[in-house]
Design a protein around this ligand. Structure first.
Ligand code: NI
Length: 175
């Protein structure tokens, strides 16, 4: 297992559509273990594979951020089947550390995803879980939460990031 660097916006890997996982190989299983360890170390409640530079439709979610056992969702090729309702809450992303904004998300969703045995399941997410599922699935399509903000807020965040990049205070691949 290994804790891997989490790529930062605007790294190219974060901005492109990921490819479907074709087969659950030993490499994919190892990758998932690394993603879980990296998410817990951050700590964060979710991580998508492209955040560590692997462009596969693969994400992990643990709303306890590793605080309790048996709460980890491994999502292989997840997709949204249904979103409903609406709720506003602060949201951030490990690829944009230090930035949190109010983001409108559905308060209930149904997704479909395979697990590490290749078994496709339907999962329901409510509240924070619906937010996490939507946030991670967005990542796999190359989207970040700032795309849900007003153009003005998004521009402001991009400007702040560019300023930090110029100041040498924001590495796209942190050491
Ligand atoms: Ni994120």
């Amino acid at each position: 297992m290994a804790i891997l660097p989490i790529l930062r916006y605007p790294h190219q890997a974060l901005l492109a559509e990921c490819d479907p996982v074709r087969e659950i190989t030993a490499d994919v299983e190892r990758l998932v273990q690394d993603m879980i360890e990296t998410m817990h170390a951050a700590p964060g409640v979710g991580l998508a594979a492209n955040q560590i530079g692997v462009r596969l439709k693969l994400a992990v979610v643990d709303l306890t951020a590793g605080e309790s056992k048996g709460e980890i969702f491994v999502l292989v090729n997840p997709r949204i089947l249904e979103n409903s309702g609406r709720y506003v809450e602060d949201e951030g992303c490990l690829s944009l550390p230090g930035f949190t904004e109010r983001v409108v998300r559905p308060d209930r969703c149904i997704i479909e995803a395979a697990d590490l045995h290749g078994k496709v399941r339907k999962l329901e997410g409510v509240g924070l879980m619906a937010r996490a599922f939507n946030h991670e699935i967005d990542h796999l399509h190359g989207h970040l939460f700032i795309e849900h903000l007003s153009a003005l807020k998004r521009r402001l965040i991009k400007k702040k990031v560019q300023k930090r990049i110029r100041a040498g205070d924001w590495d796209l691949i942190p050491a």
